[in-house]
Structure formats: C-alpha cells, structure tokens
Design a protein around this ligand. Structure first.
Ligand code: GDP
Length: 198
C-alpha cells in the first residue's frame, strides 16, 4: 500500500468523543520508548506525524490519524513508565481498555515490543488480556536494525521461548526497524489485506 495522505484528526481522553467508527482502525501500543512514534512516522513516510517525545506523566491521549482517507491509525498512550503514579496508571487502564473493548471498527491492535530487551511482564500480561478478551492483535518487534545479526535472532528466539511457556503458539509477528525501514511493506500489506474484510 502506498501512503498518499496522512493527517492528524483528533486527540481524545474520552471514548464518547472518538471519530465515527465508519472505517477500519488499527491501534498502536507499547511501553514508553519502544519506538512507537518512530514506527508510525516510518509507516506514514512522515517525520513528525506522531511526535517523538515521551514525557512521563504528560496527558495521556488517544490520537487518531486518517490515512489515505480510508483507514484510521490510532496512537494509544504508552504504558510502563517507571515513574507514573498509581492514579495515572489506573486512568490509563480504564480508558485504554474501554477503548479497545468497545471500539467496533478496531480491526487489530499492534503490540510493539522492543527487540533489544528481554520479554517484559507488562507486555506479556497485556497480550494475555487481549487474548482473553478475543481482541485480534499482532506483535511488532521494533529496533531490528541489523536483522542479520546473530544477537538479534537470539533475542527474538529467547522472547518466543518465554512466551511459549504460557502460549500455545506465537501470535502473528512482524520485525521492524524505523531506521532501516525494514518491515514497512509487510505491515502496510497486512493492513491493506485486513481493510478488505472490514
Ligand atoms: P516511543 O516513546 O515509543 O514513541 O518511542 P520513540 O519513537 O520516541 O523512540 C524511542 C527511542 O528509540 C528514540 O531514541 C528513538 O530514536 C529510538 N528508536 C526508535 N525506533 C528505532 C529503531 O528502529 N532503531 C533504533 N536503533 N532506534 C530506534
């Protein structure tokens, strides 16, 4: 899929004010610093569509972008800030979980996972929650700049091993790098194919 247009639509903290659910939608989520803004910008060929900033504690917003006038890309607030207060964490939980469970046009959640660090409990628990609630999702490994590197495949193998302790099989997985743009075509193709079934 070629990206011909990508524009910011609206930021929300209230799920009753989301844009009309009239086209397919994909939500991107992950721990802070996972590379979510970089990946969104890379996918859309923009440098500043999603702001690359991760100020802990800044207002948690759900951002809608309209792509090719055809589908919504949603940038969900990151989770796992070390210093976030319990109150903010609870707010994140109720808001994000409500959005994911209730958004009728949500075709899939892209769970971003940093390929350079070991499996994190918070990511594993979040994916468990998605599976329990029968929310379709895929896993996106970020920061795979040197895909030939032995270390990288070792790291991903270790992640799979950890996950397969509790999962019957791995979810669909994409390897990406915002630096080399690796994985861009595959992700966009997946979205294009999924748009067809909306
Ligand atoms: P966010 O907090 O999840 O939105 O993460 P950002 O997109 O702001 O990225 C966090 C940090 O990781 C920044 O320093 C980025 O430059 C870096 N980063 C993001 N994507 C990549 C990548 O594909 N490769 C490398 N090497 N660094 C990346």
């Amino acid at each position: 899929m070629e990206i011909n247009s990508a524009s910011f639509v609206v930021s929300n903290t209230d799920i009753s004010k989301l844009p009309e659910a009239d086209r397919p939608e994909y939500a991107f989520i992950g721990r802070s610093n996972v590379g979510k803004s970089s990946l969104i910008n890379m996918l859309c060929d923009r440098t500043k569509l999603a702001k690359i900033s991760s100020t802990p504690g800044k207002t948690q917003l759900i951002n809608h972008f309209l792509i090719n006038e055809e589908w919504y890309l949603v940038d969900l607030p990151g989770y796992g800030y070390a210093k976030i207060s319990k109150k903010d964490r609870n707010k994140w939980h109720s808001f994000t979980y409500q959005y994911i469970k209730r958004r009728p046009n949500l075709m899939g959640v892209f769970v971003l996972v940093d390929s350079r660090i070991p499996a994190q409990k918070i990511d594993l628990e979040f994916m468990e929650w998605l599976a329990t609630n029968q929310i379709p999702f895929v896993m996106v490994f970020t920061k795979i700049d040197k895909r030939a590197s032995k270390d990288m495949s070792k790291q991903i193998k270790a992640y799979e091993k950890e996950m397969l302790k509790t999962w019957e099989q791995m979810p669909k997985t994409f390897n990406t790098s915002s630096v080399s743009k690796y994985g861009k075509e595959q992700l966009l193709k997946f979205i294009a194919d999924t748009n067809e079934v909306f």
